[in-house]
Ligand binder design. Structure first.
Ligand code: URA
Length: 180
């Protein structure tokens, strides 16, 4: 699949309701790839991932704990088009979009993948249990390693205790980034 075709993708019915395909943003050769669930309203309008409230919290934490700026990571979502009313993407939508994510993973070849929330953790790492049990767990994925943490939207809802867990997960991830 050619990523040049992604902005006009019609592989699933989310293409009927989206404003823009949110491909991804950042550095293609990044050592860290961050994968969220799906674009929200701001992202659907703006065409880039995590540019709303969740994104501001996410990149504040990434900056404070990892010392990385947004542009030093590659950021994308499991599903590239906004689900109506921000519902959770359906399995058929996730499956339709998967080849694009696989192509991005192959192109970026990051050292570490960070999945945000249940949908991304399940889809990227195959975790069956919820994020409450799987966050912070380090998994090997071919040449790179992965970890899931809470979605920043959950931290916005859940408050400081969720933010604290995200921070401690990111500290473990920092070790992974610094290992050879
Ligand atoms: N939530 C996500 O999962 N991804 C975005 O890009 C924005 C909000």
């Amino acid at each position: 699949m050619d990523l040049a075709d992604l902005p006009t993708c019609t592989r699933c019915t989310l293409s009927l309701t989206r404003q823009r395909v949110v491909v991804g943003s950042g550095l293609e050769s990044a050592i860290l790839m961050i994968v969220g669930e799906a674009p929200g309203k701001s992202e659907d309008e703006g065409g880039a991932p995590f540019i709303g409230r969740s994104g501001r919290l996410l990149f504040q934490l990434v900056h404070e704990e990892l010392g990385l700026e947004r542009g030093q990571c590659f950021v994308t979502n499991v599903v590239k088009c906004r689900p109506p009313a921000n519902r959770t993407p359906r399995p058929v939508e996730i499956a339709s979009c998967r080849p694009w994510l696989d192509e991005q993973l192959a192109r970026c070849s990051p050292r570490v993948i960070l999945a945000l929330g249940n949908t991304a953790a399940k889809s990227v790492f195959g975790f069956d249990a919820g994020i409450g049990l799987t966050h912070g767990r380090v998994v090997a994925m071919g040449t790179c390693r992965g970890m899931a943490t809470y979605h920043p939207a959950a931290a916005l809802r859940g408050g400081p205790s969720v933010v604290d867990v995200m921070r401690s997960d990111l500290r473990v991830l920092k070790e992974l980034l610094s290992e050879k």
